[in-house]
Every structure is written in C-alpha cells, then in structure tokens.
Design a protein around this ligand. Structure first.
Ligand code: KPL
Length: 295
C-alpha cells in the first residue's frame, strides 16, 4: 500500500515503543507477496508541539478514551477526529465527550494482523466506509477522503455511518468470539461443521435482537454478511483472537457483552450470546494459561 502524500506522524505513548519503531524503520506492510516499508515519523505524545488538525485513533475500543485524553490539550475546534474501532459504544462516548470536534468513523472489514510489532499483514480485502458521526447526512467530504488512503483501502463515503457501524457490529458479534472459541482462522468458521452450525444459530439471534432493539436500524440479513466477510478475510485471524492469544484485553465489552446489555435493557432474551460469552471467557482463560504466541 502506498500511503502517499500527506504529512503523517505516529503518536506513541511509551519510550520503548518509539525506540522499537526507530529500530524497525517504521511500519512494514505485507500484501500478497510484497513487503513495503513506510518510514513515517513518530513521536511521543509528550513531545507534541502543534495543534492536531486530523487525528486518526487506531487504538482498540477500550483504549480510545484514554488515548484521546492524552492529546486533548492539542485539539481545537478545527480538529477532526477519525475513529477506527469496532462496536458502537465508544463512538457515542467520544461524540459526547468531544462536542467541539467533528467526529468521523472509518468502519472497515479489511482483514489484517500483526506478524510482529509494526509488521502488518493485510490478510483480506474488505470494505471501508467513512462518515461524519457528529453531523449525519453530510455529503462526501472530499478533502478528508484525499488525506486518507482512499484508493488503497477503497474507502467510500457513507452519509449514514451509524447504520454501517451497526452492520459491522452485527458481523463482529457473529465472528469474533466464535473464532476465539474455535481458535481458528476466519475461513474455518465456514468449513468446520460444528463452528458453522453455531455461526448460523448465532447470526439468527443477533438478527432477531437487532430487529427488536428500538435504537437499531433494520438489519441486513446477518448470516450472508458474516459469510461474505469470512470469505473475504479467509486467511485472517479475527482481531479478538489476536488479542486473546497475545494476552491483551479484548473488545468483548464492546461487542457481544454490549449487545446483551442492550437486550437486557429492552427485556429481550439473548441465550445464545450469553452462552457464547461464558464459553469465550473459559477459552480466553485457557489461552492465557498456555499463552500462545501471536499468529
Ligand atoms: O473486523 C474484523 C476483526 O477481526 O475484528 C473482521 C472483519 C472479522 C476481520 O477479521
């Protein structure tokens, strides 16, 4: 991927991460059989001197608010914040806590995993949608699109980004925890008969919940969406499996746990999701006990 023109700076929190970045020579991206070095500059958050005009927040959902708090003195009313997290919950929290800034979401189903720190494998061509969360219904903001890798990631403008977030949320609720329980690549949720049967039943419950939840838009059929994402990212390990294997916190409080919270608020039963969360927790504990390396 050739990132191209705009001046980009990676903001890091820890001095040892910056040192590793310098030793690694920046980001290394592997696509098919090609490796590309992207030697973008990096600095520690404490070293920022100038106001930030465009902030891409590429953290996990649970790290988003602390990451924003760490740079808040460098944001002004002209700063645009682009969020790349799974789920829906943290996006609303950011919008509420940063009313001065325009908040955008980039929702993507591209598959990617870290081979080692700062070495990223692009493991599946997905979709990418960008939209303004603060002011829904906006026409395409071309200047923002040109600052992002629009062509390389095939980013399309979305006037109703909230609907896309719900759509992706449903797909992540169907795939991510299940891939941890079966400890498998995305494709295997379609090819292993036991996993596939569970996927279908789970999709059915997620779809029924989305239909019944007052705040959710009418869902597209969840199983066909999940299947096409799994096919497109067949060789990928879901982000939740990567986190679980590496002993990191996962985004489950923002995925199936959040879905169950919404269901409970609306007095809707969600037995499959509840059981999934229990099995997921057992599996994560087992993975932690035997700490397996990153795929
Ligand atoms: O979003 C993903 C993730 O892993 O979090 C998918 C689309 C499932 C790709 O693995």
């Amino acid at each position: 991927m050739d990132w191209g023109q705009p001046p980009v700076c990676l903001l890091l929190h820890k001095a040892d991460s910056l040192q590793r970045w310098q030793q690694t020579g920046g980001l290394h991206l592997y696509e098919r059989s090609t490796g590309t070095a992207l030697p973008v500059p990096a600095m520690l958050v404490q070293q920022i001197q100038e106001p930030i005009s465009l902030l891409l927040v590429c953290t996990k959902a649970q790290d988003t608010l602390p990451a924003l708090a760490s740079v808040k003195d460098h944001l002004n009313s002209g700063t645009r914040i682009v969020l790349l997290q799974n789920g829906l919950r943290v996006q609303d929290e950011v919008r509420q806590q940063f009313p001065q800034q325009a908040v955008y979401c980039l929702s993507t189903s591209h598959g990617a995993y870290l081979r080692s720190p700062f070495h990223v494998v692009h493991a599946g061509q997905g979709e990418a949608w960008l939209g303004n969360l603060s002011t829904p219904g906006q026409e395409a903001e071309q200047d923002l699109l040109t600052l992002l890798p629009q062509r390389q990631m095939q980013i399309q403008w979305e006037r109703d980004i909230r609907a896309r977030l719900w759509d992706k949320f449903a797909v992540n609720c169907a795939i991510n925890a299940l891939s941890v329980i079966h400890n498998c690549r995305n494709a295997e949720l379609l090819t292993r008969p036991d996993a596939h049967a569970e996927l279908q039943a789970l999709c059915k419950e997620i779809e029924a919940l989305l239909m019944a939840l007052p705040q959710a838009p009418t869902p597209a059929a969840v199983y066909p969406r999940a299947r096409s994402v799994l096919q497109a990212t067949a060789q990928n390990f879901s982000s939740t499996l990567q986190d679980a294997r590496a002993g990191r916190d996962t985004e489950m409080p923002y995925l199936n746990e959040y879905l169950c919270e919404l269901a409970q608020q609306a007095a809707l039963p969600c037995p499959r999701n509840t059981e999934l969360i229990q099995r997921f927790n057992t599996r994560v504990a087992a993975l932690r006990a035997g700490l397996q390396p990153c795929p």
